[in-house]
Design a protein around this ligand. Sequence first.
Ligand code: GLY
Length: 357
Amino acid sequence: MSARLAVVGGGVIGSMIAWRAARNGWRTTLHAPDIAGAGTSVAGGMLGCAGEGRPGEDAVLEFALAARERWPALLADLEQSGVDTADIKVARDTLLVAADSSDAGHLRAVIDHLAAFDVRPEAVDRSRMRSAASMLGSSVRRGHLVAGEGAVDNRALLAAVRCGAREAGVTVTAEKVCRVDDLDADQVVVAAGSWTSDLVEGLPVTAEKGEILRLSRPPTAPPPPDAVVRARWRGRSVYVVPRRDGVVVGATQYETGDRGDTAPRVGGVSDLLIDATELMPGLAEYRVVEIGSGLRPTTPDGLPLVGRSDARTIVAVGHGRNGILTAPLTAELVVDLLDDPPSTSPWVARLDPRRFP
Ligand code: GLY
């Protein structure tokens, strides 16, 4: 009889871990209660290495680049399970732009930081920018194209991964878990985002709230961009990610001490609307169909916590702004940790949940 695994957390990370573990022979139950503010459902779905690159965050960029390598195999795997990944892939490239000279200086610093990792977005002129995003307004000042850095539809991805998990034999339950000790399992993985520290003590995880908007395109409005557009816009950050029927606009980011605080904040929503419609004036014709807010679990060094907290429990949390991109690598590491003998990947030491004093 195979060993029993309980995975707590039904976001893309927990679901991917459950899928991979079941394929590896674990009798797996995925505990996926519906939680307001859970990260996967309010994401833009960007597979952002360059787009999330920030000077000083070298290790975060390294982890993102390592995770990016897992995506072709993941998408091929989903195709093999009968998923049409054309419904999941929503953009192939990313355009980085800036508004005023201070924003352009910020973008230049990001480009220099990326070059140290051999990531070299191409400087593009206005006509190349407009072919990636025809709605761009005239105040855009500088553009760099990151070819091959696209985006996925976060909700379609989660549905496909859950479907793969079920096919692999995972039992999915909406039952909420209050204590790891109550779970009837040989091993437990807790991947419950900002709620992980309710189940495992002593994790340095902070919840950072963010607002995000979904806009739909009426037939008379200009089409969504082909590429993800990420802008430094008058000192703030804004991104526009295409969807089949519109765009996702994101995202604000600020600490919240209250995980019950999941209602979108007026100031955050208004900043996003102002920045997005200055960046792409045609978006003013779109309809607001959803205003969401979610909690990003973050850690002191920006890298997630992936590893054992005790002999029976593994945690996978703290993926911050890059949960979707880094989910396949995280699932691979967790499944390797469950193996006997466990993985020797250098990431195991670097992501050790006990690495902080
Ligand atoms: N990765 C995009 C965000 O966290 O808003």
